[in-house]
Design a protein around this ligand. Structure first.
Ligand code: MTE
Ligand code: MO
Length: 376
């Protein structure tokens, strides 16, 4: 069993698959702590968790066509570079996929709305590491940075991903080769001993168990870069899909989710409801507004946003929000509460999931609609 060495997991995590292990925490627990505890952080593994001896760990940095190659140990990363930290969420492109499935089946894990978590990551800055190896990110003659992980399938194909060099230039000081998660060693499920954190970018590019960085003219050739994690319109299905026709997903669209109350729950009160949730957007775009409705989206109220310490145009962490809003008088024992967010570009969430359905069930960010019961 290639999964025999997988770590033990917290009992509260709800698995969507066990081998490889994929799981999300309950939504209400997720909303309890701004920094998600390491053992409750959602897990998205495509392959068995590799067992890496920290003393033997090596990160190789190289450029296609160059004979120079630099190897760094874990101690090198910790001692030779300033430690830099960033609070950043990781969100799977498939977060909220289960809502798309209600329209038409899709291929992918049946994620609820908790395939997203927030942590404080610390490690060496990618830019500093490249500099030390003689590569200037601003002038290097390359189009992509490829990140490879130590996890591999039985034929030896490893997980890997890449980002365009322009993106690395924009994020320059914020891309981190992290060896700490919330002040502790990164746990095995999240990439021990080193993973790359690329704030504002889809989870799929934030490679865990990172052991190689390559500057290249080409994207990563890995399956997950080329034949997965791309967005299509709803008339494209497996018989007519051409994965080369669109670029990979990098930044993610604006997202917001109701964590409390839970779907199907009975409210305590028949006059008002207190709603709590999270919001986030890709590319460092902050959240400027979260709107709440208790009548399916006919009338709206403004939620109160918890302040984040991050500047609006570099918001990599999520924004927690809360609001107490009146219930409609004409409820018949049931109401639909709804949230939607706007980011700094005033990008908004689509009102329904039909229009954004896609064959892989990614980018699911419609208004979050939660049916609840009202006591009579
Ligand atoms: N890195 C490696 N090496 N292997 C993986 O399977 N999964 C990716 C990304 N990095 C993956 C990986 C995907 S799709 C996501 S959403 C995030 O890791 C999930 O990170 P987490 O498990 O720490 O939540
Ligand atoms: Mo993912």
């Amino acid at each position: 069993d290639p999964y025999a060495n997988d770590p033990k997991r917290h009992v509260a995590l709800k698995p969507s698959s066990s081998k490889p292990f994929n799981a999300e925490p309950p939504l209400s627990l997720l909303r309890h702590s701004y920094l998600t505890p390491n053992d409750l952080f959602f897990v998205r593994n495509h392959l068995p968790v590799p067992v890496i001896d920290p003393k033997k760990y090596q990160l190789t940095v190289t450029k296609v066509g160059s004979t120079k190659q630099v190897n760094l140990s874990l101690e090198d990363l910790k001692r030779k570079f300033n430690k830099k930290s960033v609070v950043s969420i990781v969100q799977c492109a498939g977060n909220r996929r289960s809502e798309m499935v209600t329209i038409k089946p899709v291929k992918g894990l049946n994620w609820g709305a908790a395939a997203i978590s927030n942590a404080s990551w610390a490690g060496a800055c990618l830019d500093d590491v490249l500099k030390r190896t003689g590569i200037d990110i601003e002038t290097v003659d390359a189009k992509h940075i490829i990140f490879d992980g130590a996890d591999a399938d039985p034929t030896g194909h490893n997980y890997g991903a890449s980002i365009p060099i322009e993106m690395a230039r924009l994020l320059k000081k914020d891309i981190i080769l992290a060896y700490e998660m919330n002040g502790k060693d990164i746990p095995p499920d999240h990439g021990y001993p080193v993973r790359v954190i690329i704030p504002g970018v889809v989870g799929a590019r934030q490679v865990k168990w990172l052991n190689k960085i390559t500057l290249s003219d080409k994207e990563s050739t890995c399956h997950w870069q080329q034949k997965d994690y791309k967005g299509f319109h709803s008339s494209i299905d497996w018989h007519n899909v051409d994965f080369t026709s669109v670029p990979p997903i990098y930044e993610l669209p604006v997202q917001s989710v109701i964590c409390e109350p839970e779907a199907g729950s009975v409210l305590e009160d028949d006059e008002e409801v207190t709603i709590k949730g999270y919001a986030w957007s890709g590319g460092g775009r902050g959240i400027v507004r979260v709107d709440l409705s208790a009548d399916g989206g006919k009338t709206w109220h403004s939620a109160e946003l918890s302040p984040t310490e991050q500047p609006l145009y570099k918001t990599y962490a999520w924004t927690f929000w809360e609001g107490t809003i009146p219930l409609p008088k004409d409820h018949k024992g049931e109401v639909e509460i709804v949230c939607k967010a706007a980011d700094t570009a005033y990008n908004v969430q689509p009102d329904n999931v039909e229009g954004i359905w896609n064959l892989r069930g990614v980018l699911s960010n419609a208004w979050h609609r939660v049916p609840v019961k009202v006591p009579k």
